[in-house]
Design a protein around this ligand. Sequence first.
Ligand code: NAP
Length: 276
Amino acid sequence: MRTLVMRGKPVADAMRKKIEGKIKAAEKCGVKPALAIITAGKDPASHVYKDRLVKLTESLGASAKVVILPGNASLEQVLFEVRKLNRNRYVHGILPTMPMPRHIDGRAVAAAIAPNKDVDCLNPKNMGEVFSGESTWAPCTPRACMAILKYYGIKPEGKKAVVIGRSNVVGKPVAMLLLKENATVTVCHSRTENLASVLKTSDIIVAAVGAANFVKPDMVKNGAVIVDVGINAVDGGIAGDVDPAAAEKAAAFTPVPGGVGVVSNMMVMECLCRNL
Ligand code: NAP
């Protein structure tokens, strides 16, 4: 059986064309979309993410506004910046990099973002709409997972799908999006018993665990479809949540790197331009 490698680049490239078109059209009307990114502290992963988003935003012809706060900034200071950006009519999207420093309540920050500028769907109002099935809107990484499946012609309808992970940014919303596409969805987490047997009977596996090579070959049914969300630092490189030997048993899988991440970043841009 030949395994389809579901690379993210063609998916992101197809999105790029549409986004650039929207930005050009907006510019003709005197509007330049701007993404504001708020980072507090020195978390290296947050700074790498911020820098990537700035580069991508500018490469598309939009502008990026970066707000960097010290690691000892108070919650009030962060909220002050968010509210200022909410009021700024030249800012179209707001993205606080998470996690914020430990003493800052990320949920309070998320709730302060104006829903129409909330590019990663962090505000509970936007998230609630994902759970009620009313929204086509959802956090960027879950939407990236679904866009990849769609691009490669994989239809979740009627399939048994399992999501490993139940975070608010990935696991839960991707489960809701799969459900919306009529998959039969199971969500696994660290307290799940017999996780391997759940995986073994699943047609679609979405791994969002945060543990390198967690999904082993004996957990995967031959011919399953695997979406690997994991980004784990290993020996100076990065690895996904799925062991490459497990991916080989699949009919299709997303590589790490080069899979979900690249589409996820482009989703931020799509969201930035959604109201143009
Ligand atoms: P998270 O908040 O740490 O959630 C991890 C989830 O995995 C939790 O629900 C946890 O269960 C579950 N889990 C941990 N150990 C497990 C085990 N032994 N068996 C079963 N479930 C287990 O992480 P996240 O933010 O969702 O991110 C997940 C991964 O995706 C990370 O590697 C992250 O870097 C990556 N990520 C990638 C992108 C991208 O664009 N590609 C974007 C966001 C995140 P409990 O709830 O029971 O603790």
